[in-house]
Design a protein around this ligand. Structure first.
Ligand SMILES: Nc1nc2c(ncn2[C@@H]2O[C@H](COP(=O)(O)OP(=O)(O)OP(=O)(O)O)[C@@H](O)[C@H]2O)c(=O)[nH]1
Ligand SMILES: [Zn+2]
Length: 302
């Protein structure tokens, strides 16, 4: 085996400019050339070995999908090549529609299938309200899966495992929704894997602050799951105006129906979107978010 052989791996964790790749089941610490930070967890990379367990990322294979977050100043790659995104919400604490909708919009823009998981259905006091709120999304066609990670772990696995099998998934959720509890149920030895990744990545104590990828065993149908640290914000400054209106699935039936072909659906006369909001066909919450995202997309400084 030559010291400089070309290797192919999957990025399983990212922490700043340090990456960890899984190459045939072994971890290798990777760096990019120069100051590039254009690598995402889930990327398939071509590597040049520099030592037994270290390599330089030479090339990123073409991605099927790419999920971003961005603020005014820069965009951050969240995950590459994922096919499904699961947003974990719960009966309590209360989830925010803003984060859910932003994740859904990001999925539509990236061509990723989105699902909702309603966790903690054992908390019966909050259940009806959570279902009522989730109906906004199921009404648009997004699947909702009800589970209880702690009261019915077996049921949760039975519901969710088939949805993960053979897919490249990412789980996201606000803090406290029970995402970690679900990951521990769905990924055998997740805690051990995180420790190994953390050690190999050499991040010290920051064990939960990096995004990581777990491979699912072949006995579960294969596939992979990316767990990204609980986040409260999902900036979408990178989405252009044209992308935005098409990323709202509830707007789709009305697009093209406005009087002006370049209608921005904010205050224009005879706007089909505004009419649908007035008629109760589109939720005002969704239209408000659309207006907010339009505003954000005009603010980018990069
Ligand atoms: N009643 C109930 N509690 C749950 C359930 N799932 C998780 N919890 C509890 O909810 C709390 C948060 O769960 P975590 O799994 O730590 O949540 P998380 O979303 O990963 O939150 P962060 O770690 O802050 O990102 C814990 O006290 C869990 O025991 C559930 O199905 N029912
Ligand atoms: Zn319009």
């Amino acid at each position: 085996m030559s010291k400089h052989e070309e290797l192919r791996g999957t990025i399983v964790a990212a922490h700043g400019r340090h990456y960890l790749a899984d190459v045939d089941g072994a971890f290798m610490q990777c760096v990019t050339r120069g100051k590039k930070t254009n690598v995402a967890v889930g990327d398939i990379v071509h590597l040049k070995r520099t030592s037994a367990d270290q390599a330089v990322i030479e090339r990123i294979a073409e991605r099927s999908t790419l999920l971003y977050r961005s603020d005014q100043y820069k965009s951050k790659l969240l995950a590459a090549n994922i096919t499904r995104l699961f947003i974990v919400i719960a009966t309590e604490p209360s989830f925010t529609d803003d984060l859910v909708s932003r994740a859904l919009v990001a999925c539509e823009a990236a061509g990723i299938e989105a699902h909702l998981i309603l966790n903690k259905i054992d908390v019966t006091e909050g259940l009806e309200r959570a279902r009522r709120r989730a109906a906004l999304y199921t009404g648009m066609g997004y699947p909702l899966h009800e589970v209880s990670a702690t009261a019915d772990p077996q049921g949760a696995v039975a519901t969710l495992s088939p949805l993960l099998a053979g897919q490249s998934s990412i789980l996201i959720g606000q803090s406290g929704m029970g995402k970690s509890s679900l990951v521990n149920l769905l990924i055998p030895d997740a805690d051990i894997a995180v420790r190994e990744i953390s050690e190999a990545l050499d991040t010290g104590k920051h064990t939960t602050t990096f995004t990581r990828l777990y491979k699912l065993p072949d006995s579960q149908g294969g596939g992979s799951v990316i767990d990204s640290p609980g986040f409260q914000e999902f900036g979408l400054y990178h989405l252009s105006e044209g992308m935005l209106e098409r990323a709202f699935v509830d707007f789709k039936p009305y697009l093209g129906g406005c009087k002006y072909y370049n209608c921005r659906h904010l205050a224009e006369p005879q706007c089909a979107i505004l009419q649908a909001v007035a008629d109760g066909q589109i939720s005002p919450l969704r239209h408000e978010l659309y207006a907010q995202l339009l505003h954000e997309s005009a603010q980018t400084l990069y």
